[in-house]
Design a protein around this ligand. Structure first.
Ligand code: C2E
Ligand code: MG
Ligand code: MG
Ligand code: MG
Length: 286
């Protein structure tokens, strides 16, 4: 009995797998073309200074305008781009586009870009970033590079060298998704960052229990005592803003202030920030 069923099951499984492999191969091809055609678009999410809610910068977040599947978020394609070695091409094009877009915005606005673990291993990372900044005329002091701990696990010495070379250009480094990695304290001890971004999963919970709030408070204090500035990610309520500002959190980001948006929308927001619940004066934090 088992044999017959087993074979049937196997066949079904195999054809499902074939389909998945084919779909994946097709997505890979489409992604390659989309990158070449510049169809991976930078979206921008506001970053505000607390407690005034002055807009001080934006985080660049990749979006793929897929002709059939619509607007795709990074979880649909960043992994594939990493595995196939397309991530560098994707990210450098995105950075270049963001630097060009930023020409139309106030000169104080900071840009934060995400660098994936695989891209972080690119030995020419620093040179490529510099050449994009030079070509577009975007000042290094307005750029922030966000990395997660998974970029740091391979080779600490190499990571230190890369971080230092970027910082020597004047680019700032943020440790992203803080609290989700395996050895956050170790990395804070061994490497020099400029900013710490508290992961959304912590910010979510501060109003849920005292213990959780205490943990976030401790992270803010730790960050400040190491001389870093702190951003809270994923702020969705006014209650969170009040509490985080009260604990000394410097910056905030989240749907409360604005979801990631295309260039045109950000340009409109910049023209009338108060209409979006933000303070009108742009504040220079560089
Ligand atoms: P991240 O760098 O931690 O970016 C923050 C993510 O949280 C974004 O998701 C953003 O849309 C989402 N978010 C922001 N505020 C809120 C909120 O209030 N509530 C909720 N529920 N979510 C919020 P997104 O755009 O889907 O990006 C996911 C991740 O993909 C990013 O996490 C980043 O690690 C990666 N990513 C995005 N763009 C790029 C890129 O150009 N290159 C690389 N290497 N990675 C990227
Ligand atoms: Mg980020
Ligand atoms: Mg994050
Ligand atoms: Mg995240």
């Amino acid at each position: 009995q088992g044999k017959k069923d087993g074979r049937g099951t196997y066949r079904v499984f195999k054809s499902t797998m074939d389909l998945e492999l084919r779909a994946r191969a097709q997505l890979e091809t489409e992604l390659r073309d989309a990158i070449q055609r510049g169809e991976i678009e930078p979206f921008y999410q506001p970053v505000v200074a607390l407690p005034e809610k002055t807009l001080i910068g934006v985080e660049v977040l990749a979006r793929w305008r897929h002709p059939i599947r619509g607007l795709l978020t990074p979880n649909h394609f960043i992994g594939i781009a990493e595995e196939t070695g397309m991530i560098g091409d994707l990210s450098y094009r995105l950075l270049r586009q963001a630097c060009l877009d930023a020409r139309d915005w106030p000169a104080h606005l900071l840009l934060a870009v995400n660098i994936s673990p695989q891209q972080f291993q690119d030995r020419w990372l620093c040179e490529r970033v510099l050449s994009i900044l030079t070509e577009t005329g975007f000042p290094p002091s307005r750029l922030e590079v966000e990395i997660t701990e998974s970029a740091l696990v391979q080779d600490l010495e190499a990571a230190r060298t890369t971080l230092t070379s970027l910082q020597n250009l004047g680019v700032r480094i943020a440790l992203d998704d803080f609290g989700t990695g395996y050895s956050s304290l170790y990395h804070l001890r061994e490497l020099k960052f400029d900013k710490l971004k508290i992961d959304r999963s912590y910010v979510d919970t501060i109003t849920m229990s005292d213990e959780r709030a205490k943990l976030v408070d401790a992270i803010i204090k730790l960050s400040a005592s190491l001389g870093l500035v702190t951003t809270a990610e994923g702020i969705e309520t006014d209650a969170s803003v009040d509490w985080l500002s009260g604990q000394g959190c410097d910056f905030g980001q989240g749907y409360l202030f604005g979801a990631p948006m295309p260039k045109t929308e950000l340009t409109a927001l910049l023209a009338a920030p108060d209409a979006h619940g933000m303070s009108a004066a742009l504040k220079q934090v560089a």
